[in-house]
Design a binder for this molecule. Sequence first.
Ligand code: 3AM
Length: 193
Amino acid sequence: MVRSFLAIDLSHEVREVLASHLRREWRRLPCRIKWVAPENLHVTLKFLAEVPEHGINLIRQALSARLEAAPPMDLTLSGPGAFPVAAKARVLWVGLKESRELLDLHSAIDTALEPLGFERERKPFHPHITVGRVRERFSVYKKIHPFFETQIEPLSFHVPDVVLYRSDLTPDGPIYSPICRFALNGPHPGPGP
Ligand code: 3AM
């Protein structure tokens, strides 16, 4: 079985900027947080869980044609936030500005994978880059409120493809290895009517 997920890679610049916030500010917060290693930062599009080896090929086939027709896009960082809500933060993230292309890409993935038995996402898609996971049981809002005040530069990055990742969980943290990439080669949509 292969634990896997689909994701968007970040540019080197975005990774560096987030790593720098981590080094200079976030690591100093007085709270037990498992921070994501800079090389592991990404935008998850769909978590596929444990997939049998032969299922990987089916996923590849189901996605390649559909994503080939999807347009490449530019995404832009927005501000920090948390799941489920800041007051009860469990997952700390940096968000992305709303993008029609990204929502369409997410929906195209759900549509392509539904016939293989992967359930459509029921919750609305909230694109984000997870940067840390709170490891304390009670409300940590007071300890971490400076995280929510971080001024994130609205950097943009180009998204030429979607990556199918293998995730191996180890005591030192997950190891993500790309299995394959799906190029986004569709026409860039015009500005609309
Ligand atoms: O980028 P985020 O944090 O949203 O939380 C995991 C991460 O998403 C998520 O898959 C991404 C890559 O590891 N993930 C891990 N286990 C999960 C599960 N059981 C899960 N998402 C849903 N259900």
